[in-house]
Design a protein around this ligand. Sequence first.
Ligand SMILES: [Zn+2]
Length: 120
Amino acid sequence: VTPEPKVCVTCGRAFAWRKKWERDWEHVKHCSARCRRKLDATDRALEDTILALLAKRARTSSICPSDAARQVAPDDWRPLMERAREAARRLVARGEIVITQKGQTVDPSAFRGPIRLKRI
Ligand SMILES: [Zn+2]
């Protein structure tokens, strides 16, 4: 039986079991070498800012990940965009938000293009 997929603790994408992990799958936390980094204060700030921005708005309204990136690093937010999307996926994995496109909830592992973030 192939084990259930896991969610990467860094990028928040689901990833499937692979043969190379058969001996220590229970300890595997990252989907790739690129994701094998420690989350730092910036990553936590992005998560906290997404939740804080959403908390200030109506339950039905949404934010763009760039809103969080701009608040965390007003003068140099563009390099944080991918990390803001990763923070959003981690929050989806924790059941705190959903990612939407055109108002519909999307799979956090599979979307392409611009997204919005909403409270559950
Ligand atoms: Zn990953």
